[in-house]
Structures are given as C-alpha cells and as structure tokens.
Design a protein around this ligand. Structure first.
Ligand code: FMN
Length: 208
C-alpha cells in the first residue's frame, strides 16, 4: 500500500481518461464507503451523491460541462449535490438515526438536536446552501484522497452548468443542487498532464 504522500503524488486532475477501462463494482463500492466516512459539520451530511455510469446520461452531462471529455470517457461520474435547505425534520431524523446507530435512547441526545437547530435554522437560505456545499467539498476531498490510495484516477470539476445538471438528473425536485463533480476511472496513456510536476507553494510559504 502506498504511503499517503505517495498516493497524493500519484493523484492528479486527470484530463484524459481511458474510455475503455472503468473502475470495478468493488472499487466503486470502496470509494462510496470512503465518501460515507467523510467529516461534516455536526455530522449532518447535508448532501447526496449520484454515481452516473449510463453512457447516454454522461453524454448529456458532458454537453453541460463545456464539452470536457472526462465527463463521458470516465466510467463513473460522482456528482456531489448539496441540499438546498435545512429543516427541523431533517435534524430530527438525523438525531433518530444517531440514536439507532449508537443504540441509545433518543431522549439522551434530543438536547443535541435542539442545539443544532438553534445554531442552524436561524440562518437564511443563501447561507444554508453555501454551508451545505462546503460540506460536500469535504466529501469530494475524501474521494480524491481515497481514490489516489487505490490508484484510481479522478478529476475534481467545477466547470459545468449546475442548473443543467440539476435538470438532467432531476435534482431540484429532490431538494438538491449539483455543486462539484468527479469523473472516476483510469488515466489514458496519452494524457500528458500525468507527467507534469506538481505546482505547489513551498511549505514555508503555505504554512505561516
Ligand atoms: C473545485 C475544483 C474544481 C476544478 N475544476 C476543474 C475543471 O472543471 N476541469 C478540469 O480539468 N480541472 C478542474 N480542476 C482541477 C485543478 O485544475 C487541479 O486540481 C489543480 O490544477 C492542481 O493540479 P492537480 O490536482 O493535478 O495536482 C478543479 C479542481 C478543483 C479542486
């Protein structure tokens, strides 16, 4: 197994995927589990992820992503969609799930639920959507690192039209909006960018 630094050196934003090679079901399942374990504020996970592999849908998505080839060539596209709201019902359900998964009575943690409601529900919609998107980006980071560890390639992408993605995938009616995506597959040998040196600020400049 590579060290975490080797895995992060191996990972790069893949510009050209091998259209003939997709990740296996077992690999996709492992990546889903990694994303599931991502951190989020209060643990609320205010996002959902779609994994699209249908060629016809990928073709439509590519057209809504400025024709970037990764969106049709990669076997799977992870689409991170933020919730467009936050509600008392969602927080209550989260508290019930917490009680079930920790095998404790709900009333032990009801106060925690009220605390979350007190700090979140007073915020306006614009804040909530931006906050939910920030949580989704952490999940994206978890996916990228996990994929690097497994020698599976990814490309984080914001270069797409969220409104069109929402329409193609029926996200609006689910109370979601696409915020960032990651094609997942394997690099093409022809992708020259895999040989480029990483461009990063030196540690002494990055860390103050
Ligand atoms: C949020 C985000 C959005 C990005 N959007 C795109 C994109 O639309 N298309 C693309 O080819 N690369 C995109 N990138 C890749 C970056 O350009 C790349 O990560 C950066 O240049 C560093 O290179 P590396 O990831 O290969 O180390 C995006 C990266 C991030 C984190």
């Amino acid at each position: 197994m590579p060290t975490i630094i080797e895995a992060l050196q191996y990972r790069y934003a893949t510009k050209k995927f091998d259209a003939n090679r997709a990740a296996t079901d077992a690999q996709i399942s492992e990546l889903k589990q990694a994303v599931q374990l991502s951190a989020s504020s209060f643990g609320l996970q205010p996002y959902r992820i779609l994994v699209v592999s249908n060629p016809a849908i990928k073709k439509d998505l590519r057209a809504a992503a400025y024709d970037q080839s990764q969106v049709s060539d990669a076997g799977h596209i992870f689409i991170f969609a933020a919730k467009t709201s936050m509600s008392a019902e969602y927080i209550d359900d989260f508290i019930k799930m917490t009680a079930t998964q920790r095998d404790i009575p709900v009333d032990v943690i009801e106060g925690y639920g009220e605390y979350i409601k007190g700090s979140v529900l007073s915020k306006d919609e614009e804040f909530i959507v931006a906050w939910n998107k920030r949580q989704a980006y952490i999940a994206l980071g978890t996916l990228l690192a996990a994929a690097g560890e497994l020698k599976i390639d990814t490309c984080p992408m914001e270069g797409f039209e969220p409104a069109k993605f929402d329409e193609i995938l029926g996200l609006k009616e689910k109370g979601l909006t696409a915020c960032v995506i990651a094609p997942v597959g394997f690099r093409s040998e022809e992708d020259n960018s895999q040989h480029y040196a990483k461009v990063r600020y030196p540690l002494g400049e990055l860390f103050l």
